[in-house]
Design a protein around this ligand. Structure first.
Ligand code: ZN
Length: 389
């Protein structure tokens, strides 16, 4: 049994270190301070550990860093990574973002649930593994930078770390999550012709052109809904931001639309590029004056780990042993670093303590679930890492 006071003080210590992603919120501190804290914790627990810079500080940005620790096995077993992001979203509108206050079994603060509670669970788990009999395989703890933006941390990590499997401690409410959606961003630019508002024969209305694009995007959304994935539901597409035009009395020369498409397993950026390409070429063959340009943006694929994968079976058995019939398999809509790990050949799942207030004004994690998560991770590592690869 893990001491409750120890769990609470560790989560609170993590929450009190502001680690807002500076790519999301100007002035955010990034991960340097929290990565040093975590690396020190791992060293004290007896691991080979390191503070690793993944993007050095610049005039505009603070240093971005990972904390990585390896609990070396005796050899001959499978290796497991416990991966958690150190960054958080911003704190606008929050009353006490860094208090770490505990009340009624809830610990409050930005990142308490997403995902400093999960990080605390994994740190305590790896410490208790370090104090127990040596495992055959290695257990790697990876506290990573920038998951909330472009995953600089996990991408840097993958340059020199590989394990057989990974558990990413996102707040799943102790569900073993094996699938989530991916996403892709794109920008459409329609081109009209500026003219005085009194001269329709000269003007081409770029915003009206964009209206046609929006109509087709809505139709695409309807089409996507007709093909749901059995565990994730349908893919989706929506307009994110729109701009255009100069002033009231003129035909707008251009309009910009930014769009997001959520992807199912098997879909990627090319899927959306093809869909948008068809929309735009259809509109220009219907009207020769229609002109538009397409620019694809950042994208990340979905996660779909087979239910028969060893890590899924082992984690489910471990969860069932600790939390009983509450243990279950699940799927999530939001994207995580597990997709990158999976693409790199590391069989990955999500499993972490629940709470409420993901990215919103009041966030908390359930302390009991952090304790249970930690016990499940210990059990899972013993089962997984003591077997041959
Ligand atoms: Zn998260």
């Amino acid at each position: 049994m893990i001491e409750r006071a120890k769990i609470e003080s560790l989560i609170a210590a993590l929450v009190r270190i502001e680690s807002i992603n500076p790519d999301l919120v100007e002035g955010g501190s990034g991960e340097e301070k929290i990565a040093r804290f975590v690396a020190d914790y791992l060293t004290r627990a007896g691991l080979e550990s390191a503070f690793r810079v993944c993007a050095p500080a610049s005039a505009q940005m603070p240093c971005r860093a990972n904390a990585v620790g390896i609990l070396k096995g005796r050899g001959g077993g499978r290796s497991l990574m416990l991966n958690g992001h150190l960054d958080t979203v911003g704190v606008a509108g929050m009353h006490e973002p860094f208090s770490g206050r505990v009340e009624g079994g809830r610990l409050y603060g930005r990142g308490a649930q997403d995902m400093k509670g999960g990080i605390a669970a994994a740190l305590i788990a790896i410490e208790s593994l370090a104090n127990g009999p040596a495992l055959k395989g290695d257990v790697v703890f990876a506290g990573v930078a920038d998951e909330e933006f472009e995953s600089k941390g996990t991408r840097a990590l993958l340059e020199n770390v590989r394990t057989d499997a990974a558990v990413v401690m996102e707040p799943t409410g102790l569900e073993v999550v094996t699938a989530h959606k991916g996403f892709v961003w794109a920008q459409v630019h329609t081109l009209g012709r500026a003219a005085h508002g009194s001269r329709p024969e000269e003007g081409l209305d770029a915003i009206a052109f964009m209206g046609r694009v929006l109509g087709k995007i809505e139709a695409l959304e309807g089409e996507l809904r007709r093909h749901p994935h059995p565990r994730l539901g349908p893919g989706s597409v929506h307009a994110s931001t729109i701009s255009g035009g100069q002033e009231l009395s003129s035909y707008p020369a251009e309009s910009q639309l930014r769009i997001e498409r959520r992807l199912l397993p098997g879909e990627d950026a090319q899927t959306f590029e093809r869909e948008l390409g068809e929309i735009l070429s259809g509109l220009s063959s219907a009207d020769k004056s229609f002109r538009a340009e397409l620019k694809m943006g950042y994208s990340a694929q979905a996660l779909e780990t087979p239910l028969e994968a060893r890590i899924v079976r082992t984690l489910m058995a471990s969860a069932t042993k600790i939390i009983g019939p509450r243990a279950k398999l699940g799927a999530q809509s939001y994207w995580t670093d597990a997709a990158f790990l999976s693409q790199a050949g590391i069989s990955s799942v999500l499993f972490g303590p629940g709470g409420s207030g993901l990215h919103s004004a009041e966030e908390f994690v359930l302390v009991d679930e952090v304790a249970q998560c930690s016990e499940v991770l210990v059990e899972c590592a013993r089962e997984f890492c003591n077997r041959e690869p």
